[in-house]
Design a protein around this ligand. Structure first.
Ligand SMILES: Cc1ncc(C[n+]2csc(CCOP(=O)(O)OP(=O)(O)O)c2C)c(N)n1
Ligand SMILES: [Mg+2]
Length: 919
């Protein structure tokens, strides 16, 4: 294929025609230079000139239109154009289109230098006091300009009048964020001294952004890499949701997410970028700190991470702004009329670029510019030193400012800024650009002095090696400038404060109906929950605040009726007539829809849960998320997001639907969840419940709303709901306290005078098996058993541990009694527990029981089977509970072995069946 400019003369006028004979000579010269595929340079030159002239006379839009038409024309004519979403390895914003930098560049540089110094000092000092306490210097060193331009010119604080911008800081850059807050006078030198030593007197600073540990400062936990980019996308979308539902004013507030280039390898980082473009989230800006390095070495030694990211983001429909080269490159680029330099820039792989960063000017001249004599000529007048000092774009405030300004002005799509930086910038021999730099925590005396000199820190040679924190006087120009800039932007960032007002009603009426039972009608706890949700959605106080979130499972949980009543949120409404429009429960999407139907993404749904569950702080709005999903795909699949939600003091309810290893029938090994209640144990502020009946669920949800939204506790809930239908009994008296604390006696034995006694503990749907076992034991074996509903092993476990701990630390006071022990103080006989989860749950509270406990549970892989077979397979049905009880009585010498033998036979139990744990 030859795009021949001569046989297809350009139709647009030329503004700068060359003299005829000059053109001829040049054409003849070029005739001799033939590119691969037989294209002559002169042809290319003509096409390029034609384009230049269009650009000049008609502007970039017309030029783009022509190129677009040309591409379409080529395709129609069978030309197979290779797809590339890449642009050249150059700055997206050319120097001539750069806006004026509005700040005092010199002063900002000085402030930034002080922050660099203090950030470094924090880490170095901490490690001098306590070897290996850790901390990172080089991440912030590479990102300082990216943050400082944001702090001085872009990040708007939250205030009464304006919701403010939301900033996700790269976790490992935390020393720089602290160091700035120190200059701002928000963090004391003592706190800085205790970086990573929070337990010291007076407190310290957490290693990374942790709202749990610093609830007045950090808003978003970011350090588990990959989580924050995804959370930021859903945060930006949630902001739109609040606007579209009329819950907050429409503003131009932005969500900024700062991430590392290595971090983009985490699947979560890029996992939701198409949502951002689909939703036209122009309130979202990613800044990727492309220092080309991660922890061990280069991110893409043999490739170009920036180009790779550019094509991924452009392909996904984002606005991509590359900030690769600093202002020092501009005059060289200007001299390069042939585009050789940009071409050369695109040729190097990242490993080579990293090498250039640590090399001398002479090396740069030889190995970068030396590839072509014409390139060498471009930099001929420049000294080696000035070649070494050619800055990268991410270290040039003017370039960064231009990119940020374009990003905040971008309409209709999210923006990603790919900023090239040097990891460990300024560390020199101590680590700049080196593979080991990520973990550099110590600098020797020379290195400290060099750093001090490079950034002009006013410390003499002696003082400097002590690495003191340095803050200029309050009335210094630096501090005055920094304060004035923040004042202009509304206050300090980051700041976390709770702006929501507590809800007031107690909602007794709303939940009372569920205390009464279903009058024999068989319903599942999931159906009961959906009924409660429906009622909550109609409540005058909390109705609007509810945010139902589903990852494509609403029908599974019988929630489809909500589609019609409250609508599915869609930022563009519904552009089509749904196929089921004639049915009662049609698929209704609406701009003010309330349900977040996220599609098949538990991670995305969890990110929405986090945004909604933290809106009380972020927006001052008490949204109450109810995120219902397949329980197996929660704690197990997105556990790290749940951990981040906990750190972030997220509030709300997570509902593990289709729960219970033997209660979800048919679905088999991957779906049947017997794990989640164990996996919920480590998350300190999650209240985990496995309720059996509608009234238990109602009590827990009502109390949860009170605790979280009235009393403002930093907790959230995990409730398992099942799909097995059965009659829901009425609440047996006032058992609310027991339900909430984790256990209560649901049904006493009929014959309490019997000599053979037992206590059976059941949870969730397995409680019904315990009730059936109670009947078997009584009618067939004369054993009088009480049945307890254990709603939360986690609550009981925490209570027992806390009681033990208190007693240990207060030996002279009257010992407290764990709740389990209190409950069972007058509970005689054998003790047997059964749940749809691992046996470890009952076992972990058995030490506070008066006697030995027999635990039944569902350890092992599930099977594609019906409930009856599954409960037989896992040995948790009524028969196994009965046999376990008889065995306990036999072991206590209260029952003849022959009775036990006969029971095993009579109840149809195969004693030699394989152990489900390992089969
Ligand atoms: C999920 C996760 N895995 C691993 C780590 C450990 N880790 C911390 S920083 C880092 C390298 C970061 O590289 P990059 O994202 O490029 O950031 P940079 O420091 O270069 O800006 C690693 C592997 C982590 N914090 N989170
Ligand atoms: Mg990196």
């Amino acid at each position: 294929m030859v795009l021949n400019g001569r046989t297809n003369p350009a139709r647009w006028p030329r503004t700068n025609p060359k003299a005829k004979d000059e053109e001829l000579t040049e054409a003849m010269d070029n005739e001799l230079k033939t590119q691969p595929h037989g294209i002559h340079d002169v042809e290319i030159q003509e096409w390029l000139e034609s384009l230049d002239s269009v650009l000049e006379s008609s502007g970039p839009e017309v030029a783009a239109e022509i190129l677009e038409r040309l591409r379409a024309h080529a395709t129609v004519n069978g030309i197979d154009l290779p797809f590339s979403a890449n642009t050249p390895y150059a700055n997206t914003i050319p120097a001539r289109l750069e806006p004026l930098f509005p700040g005092d560049q010199e002063l900002e540089r000085r402030i930034k230098s002080l922050i660099r110094w203090n950030a470094l000092a924090m880490v170095v000092r901490a490690n001098r006091v306590e070897h290996n306490i850790g901390g990172h210097i080089s991440t912030y060193a590479s990102a300082a300009t990216l943050y400082e331009v944001g702090f001085n010119h872009f990040f708007r604080a939250r205030s009464e009048e304006f919701e403010g911008d939301t900033v996700y800081f790269q976790g490992h850059a935390s020393p720089g964020i602290y160091a700035r807050a120190y200059l701002e006078g928000r963090i004391s030198a003592q706190k800085l001294e205790n970086f990573r030593r929070e337990l010291k007197p007076g407190g310290g600073l957490s290693s990374y952004p942790h709202p749990w540990l610093m609830p007045d400062f950090w808003e978003f936990p970011t350090v588990s890499m990959g989580l924050s980019p995804l959370m930021a996308i859903y945060q930006a979308r949630f902001n739109r949701y609040l606007e579209d539902r009329g819950m907050k004013p429409v503003t131009d507030a932005k969500v900024w997410a700062f991430l590392g280039d290595g971090e983009t390898d985490e699947p979560e980082s890029l996992g939701a970028i198409t949502l951002a473009s689909r939703e036209k989230l122009d309130n979202l800006i990613f800044v990727v700190n492309c220092n080309l390095q991660r922890l061990d070495g280069p991110v893409r030694g043999n490739g170009q991470i920036i180009q790779e990211l550019e094509s991924a983001f452009r392909g996904a429909g984002w606005n991509v702004i590359k900030v690769l080269w600093g202002s020092e490159w501009d005059p060289i680029l200007e001299r390069d009329t042939e585009g050789l330099l940009v071409k050369r820039m695109g040729e190097l792989v990242d490993g080579e670029y990293q090498k250039l960063v640590v090399s001398s000017g002479a090396y740069v001249r030889e190995h970068f510019f030396g590839s072509d004599p014409r390139l060498l000529q471009l930099v001929e007048p420049m000294s080696d030193e000035s070649l070494r000092r050619l800055r990268l774009g991410g270290h040039d405030p003017r370039k960064v400012y231009a990119a940020y300004k374009a990003a905040v002005e971008q309409k209709g799509k999210p923006t990603v800024i790919l900023a090239r930086t040097i990891k460990g910038y300024g560390l020199g021999e101590a680590g700049e650009g080196k593979n080991v730099t990520h973990q550099q925590k110590k600098l020797n005396e020379d290195e400290l002095r060099e750093f001090r000199s490079r950034f002009g820190i006013p410390l003499n040679d002696e003082d400097c090696i002590e690495v003191p924190f340095y803050r200029p006087a309050e009335d210094s120009v630096e501090i005055q400038y920094l304060r004035a800039r923040r004042e202009a932007l509304g206050g300090y960032v980051p700041t976390r404060n709770i702006r929501s007002k507590p809800i007031v009603a107690d909602h007794d009426e709303l939940f009372k109906e569920f205390h009464e039972g279903s009058e024999g009608r068989e319903v599942s706890t999931t159906m009961a929950f959906v009924q409660m949700l429906r009622k909550m959605l109609k409540d005058p106080e909390i109705g609007k605040l509810i945010v139902p979130i589903v990852p494509d499972e609403a029908r599974t949980f019988g929630m489809e009726s909500l589609f019609r009543t409250v609508g599915i949120y869609s930022s563009i409404g519904q552009k089509y007539e749904p196929v089921d429009v004639n049915t009662l429960l049609y698929y209704k999407e609406a701009k003010d829809g309330q349900i977040l139907e996220e599609g098949i993404t538990e991670a995305g749904s969890m990110a929405s849960f986090i945004a909604a569950g933290s809106a009380y702080a972020t927006h001052g709005i008490n949204t109450i998320p109810f995120f219902i999903y397949y329980s197996m795909f929660g704690f197990q699949r997105i556990g790290d997001f749940i951990w981040a939600a906990a750190d972030m003091r997220t509030r709300g309810f997570m509902l593990g639907g289709t729960a219970g290893r033997t209660t979800l029938s048919g679905e088999g090994l991957q779906h049947q969840d017997g794990n989640s209640h164990v996996l919920a144990l480590p998350v300190p502020n999650v209240k985990a419940y496995d309720p059996a009946f509608a009234f238990e669920l109602a009590v827990i949800i009502q109390d949860g709303i009170r605790r979280m939204y009235k009393d403002g506790e930093s907790i959230f809930y995990y409730l398992t709901v099942m799909n097995e239908p059965y009659a829901m009994p009425a609440m047996p008296g006032d058992v609310k306290e027991g339900i909430l604390k984790g256990m209560y006696r649901f049904r006493r034995a009929a014959n309490v005078k019997s000599k053979l006694r037992a206590q059976l503990f059941g949870s969730g749907a397995i409680l019904n098996e315990a009730l059936r076992a109670q009947e078997i034991l009584e009618t067939k074996y004369g054993v009088a058993a009480d049945v307890w509903s254990v709603t939360s092993y986690k609550e009981l476990y925490n209570d027992g541990n806390e009681t033990e701990r208190w007693n240990r630390l207060h030996p002279s006071e009257k010992p407290r009694v764990p709740f389990v022990s209190q409950c069972l103080a007058d509970a005689p006989g054998a003790l047997v527990a059964a749940s749809d989860y691992l046996k470890t749950l009952p076992n972990m509270i058995s030490k506070w029981m008066p006697r030995r406990l027999a635990s039944l549970g569902t350890d092992g892989f599930g099977r594609s089977e019906g409930r009856t077979s599954l409960r037989d397979f896992f040995e948790v049905d009524a028969r196994f509970i009965a046999v376990a009880t008889l065995h306990e009585l036999f072991a206590d010498g209260k029952l003849e072995r022959s009775v036990l033998d006969k029971a095993i036979k009579d109840l149809g139990i195969n004693a030699d069946k394989p152990n489900p744990v390992i089969s």
